[in-house]
Design a binder for this molecule. Structure first.
Ligand code: MIC
Ligand code: SF4
Length: 640
């Protein structure tokens, strides 16, 4: 039987397990990437593992998230990461060089290789035919040390693209259609492999927009074939030698197939406050807009920017709209400045931001109270913009730029067609902001400013867990709820004790104080707990507060792995309706916890309600050992 692309890459990287079993497998990792808001933890953990030099083919540390420097903290983190990168064999992409996913696509991604990144949008690399997976920092640290990456073998779904996008319909509309069809939990445990005749109509940046935002349905990753278009992109980046063809065998099989007809798509928008709240732009036209932001790792490529620039050329941004544009990389920004497109944007009244995540992670540009903000980003969770009352819609660059002129949400097809925007024959290549690692690492001292605090370590799992249900929450709680991030909190990503004062505060401002008073406890939640970011702070901060277990209807993939790595039990209900029989404040007990972990079901006693509930751990035997040891670092220290 023939193999699909995912099976081919997994087979060539397989270290243990069987890709047909549906069980845990492990793979070798060729490349890693980190960014600054998860990177400090990843490098502290790499240091704790104690391996002197990375063993990957390529590891890159990017600075792109915490680029506002309103105090010493972010600069401290950058200095730590730069010195650690230099010492341990990692390339360092300086602030100003661009957003990790955009730069990695341009300068480092290689078809057929595996990439593990401490950021949930690492699957952007799938646009080039890489198997690119987002993970917590500790998993990335292990991979940098040459260790395997473990994952439960996902199902492989084929998304068969037919037809061709109509003018002013965009790659963003393709992934919004996927979200409309599947919702924010429809991709959990799945890898999306794109195929079909429509693939050859899409450029690499368009494919990367689609794989990037495949993180939103919760997919393990998404991938496109590597074809002649991939070859031309790499050649234009001066990297023709990195190209290999990757395509599925003609008789390849998939667990499921979906067909999307590109010709029948129209401009879409994800309405507040979830990326799957997808509506036709045409049904929303006329909504008054206050702010528009074009950029982020989803839509900040050269061609995205050129589309925005050619719509704005010779026009003026509506008086009531603030338009901010952040090109994804210095390569993009320099090319726009050389061909005049930057002037077109500025003349129209756009505010040009540096090449970084910026408003996407609430690093500035928070909208006004109750304001409507159109963003070409990938997440519109409530409060993520930094303004809880803001109404954020996710749209394509075309929709954003046309609406910026009109001041109201506008179907971009009203603008007419864009004159042909071509992929460049040659990109402008200048890697002088990428600092190679030191050739004399023994001479490098790692710089640790006062903002770098040790990360918390758990203890062995005790035999009895007896504590309160500290909070009870509903479905789709995001990591932005568990560990909010904004310009005020991001500087403390290296300071878990400080961050712990903000854990789950968007849901309940008293949660941190209660957790401290009660000496920890349980968290009770609905489905898809921990969707969104890869930030392991959403596990480390609860660990610091003494959280012993999260009992959920279901978990998002990366967050569940982060809980296990931290030694917090991720338990699910055997009978979902048992969720109703626990109230916040109930005293819960798991007796003989260590022994019970190896059983099919775990008995939880609700002492307050005098009721027993059956729970389960959807983990591998290896993960059970990690939980017994009190987390991955303890487990690794035990010599395994
Ligand atoms: C995000 O988009 O939420 C982030 C910020 O890039 C995160 C990483 C983080 O929380 O630092 C992600 O996507 O993993
Ligand atoms: Fe940065 Fe936003 Fe992309 Fe996250 S989603 S990596 S914050 S641009």
């Amino acid at each position: 039987m023939g193999l699909n692309i995912v099976q081919k890459i997994l087979t060539s990287h397989l270290l243990s397990g069987d890709i047909n079993s549906g069980e845990e497998i492990s793979i070798g990792i060729d490349q890693t990437l980190t960014q600054d808001s998860t990177g400090t933890m990843a490098y502290l953990q790499f240091e704790a593992i104690g391996i002197p030099q990375v063993k990957t083919k390529r590891s890159v540390a990017y600075i792109d998230h915490n680029t506002l420097q309103t105090g010493f903290e972010n600069a401290d983190d950058h200095a730590y990461i730069q010195s650690a990168a230099s010492k341990y064999g990692i390339y360092f992409s300086k602030p100003g060089n661009g957003i990790c996913h955009q730069v990695h696509l341009e300068r480092f991604g290689v078809p057929g290789m595996t990439l593990l990144g401490s950021d949930s949008h690492t699957p952007t690399g799938g646009g080039l035919g890489m198997l690119a997976i987002g993970a917590g920092g500790l998993d990335v640290a292990v991979a940098m040390g040459g260790g395997p990456y473990y994952l439960t073998m996902p199902k492989i779904h084929n998304i068969n693209l037919i037809g061709k996008l109509n003018p002013m319909v965009s790659a963003k509309d393709v992934i919004l259609e996927v979200l409309r069809l599947l919702t924010v939990k429809g991709g959990v445990g799945i890898i999306f492999e794109y195929g079909g005749p429509g693939v050859s109509t899409l450029t690499i940046p368009e494919r990367a927009t689609i794989t990037n935002m495949g993180a939103e349905p919760g997919a393990t990753t998404s991938i496109f074939p590597s074809d002649d278009i991939t070859r031309r992109f790499l050649k234009a980046q001066g990297r023709a030698q990195d190209w290999v063809e990757i395509k599925p065998d003609p008789d390849a099989r998939y667990d499921h197939e979906i067909e999307i007809n590109l010709s029948s798509l129209e401009p879409l928008a994800a309405a507040p406050h979830s990326p799957d709240n997808v509506k036709k732009v045409r049904s929303l036209t006329g909504i008054k807009i206050h702010q528009i932001a074009i950029g982020s790792c989803t839509n900040s490529s050269y061609t995205d920017m050129m589309k925005a620039a050619s719509i704005l050329k010779g026009k003026t941004v509506h008086p009531d709209v603030s338009l901010v544009i952040s090109p994804g990389s210095r390569q993009v920004l320099t090319m726009l400045s050389q061909n005049g497109a930057l002037s077109d944007m500025m003349s129209a009244g756009a505010r040009i931001l540096e090449c970084a995540c910026g408003p996407c992670i609430g690093m500035g540009q928070s909208p006004a109270t109750n304001a409507v903000s159109l963003r070409t980003f990938n997440r519109n969770f409530e409060g993520r913009s930094g303004t809880p009352s803001a109404q954020v819609y996710l749209v394509s660059p075309e929709t954003a730029a046309v609406s910026a002129i009109n001041g109201v949400l506008t179907d971009p097809r009203e603008f007419g067609e864009l004159s042909n925007i071509q992929m460049p024959q040659n990109f402008l290549v200048n890697d002088n902001l990428i600092i190679p690692p030191s050739k004399t690492p023994q001479d490098i001292d790692v710089v640790r400013g006062p903002n770098i605090k040790p990360f918390p370590l758990n203890k062995e799992l005790p035999d009895i867990l007896n504590c309160k249900a500290l909070i009870k929450l509903g479905d789709n709680i995001t990591t932005d709820h568990i560990m909010p991030s904004n310009a005020k909190l991001l500087p403390y990503r290296s300071n878990i004790p400080y961050l712990s004062g903000f854990c789950l505060t968007p849901c309940d401002p008293d949660f941190p104080a209660r957790a401290k008073n009660e000496n920890g406890g349980f968290i009770i939640v609905g489905t898809n707990y921990g969707q969104g970011s890869s930030r392991e702070h959403a596990a480390l901060v609860p660990l610091h507060l003494g959280i012993k277990a999260v009992v959920a209807k279901s978990f998002a993939r990366i967050h569940m792995a982060n809980l296990i790595n931290s030694g917090i039990l991720p338990l699910t209900f055997v009978v979902e309706s048992d969720y109703d029989s626990i109230e916040a404040g109930d005293v819960l007990e798991i007796r003989n916890a260590r022994e019970q972990l190896n059983k099919d079901n775990i008995i939880l006693t609700n002492v307050t309600q005098n009721k027993e509930i059956l729970l389960k751990l959807n983990t591998s035997p290896r993960q059970i050992e990690i939980l017994l040891a009190g987390g991955l670092l303890n487990y690794t220290k035990e010599g395994r």
